[in-house]
Design a protein. Structure first.
Length: 137
């Protein structure tokens, strides 16, 4: 029985040693992971500094130019809007004046031609009456 216990103890010792080795490997992997994390974060920070430098050198001047262009576009659209309103008002006032002039011309023509029209109607009625009276006799 002691031989069997010796073998069992040997196997238990090997298993304990393997467990210690596994624990050391896991701790080593944790330390390696932490070191990799620190390096990656250092690279990310360096990339952010580089990106900020690129932004300061290239993006910021481009944004300044774009904003200046947008301000110019805003000014142009405001002028176009003002001119459009001015032209629209001019067209409306011209149309109103034309309507007023047409009304005055119509009124004047009617006033001046009404006497002539009345005279012509009277003459026609007189001629028709004469022709009827001659036809009766």
């Amino acid at each position: 029985m002691s031989a069997e216990l010796g073998t069992t103890n040997l196997l238990l010792g090997i298993m304990a040693a393997v467990s210690v080795l596994e624990a050391l490997v896991i701790i080593g992997m944790g330390v390696a992971g932490f070191m990799i994390y620190k390096r990656v974060m250092a690279l990310v920070d360096a990339g952010m500094v580089l990106a900020q430098g690129v932004e300061a050198r290239q993006v910021a001047p481009a944004m300044t130019r774009v904003n200046a262009i947008l301000d110019d576009v805003k000014d142009v659209t405001a002028k176009v809007k003002e001119e459009t309103e001015r032209v629209d008002n001019a067209i409306h006032s011209t149309i109103d004046r034309i309507d007023d002039t047409a009304d005055r011309v119509r009124t004047n023509v009617r006033a001046k031609t009404s006497a002539l029209v009345g005279f012509l109607r009277g003459a026609r009625m007189t001629i028709e009456a004469l022709l009827r009276s001659e036809a009766r006799t």
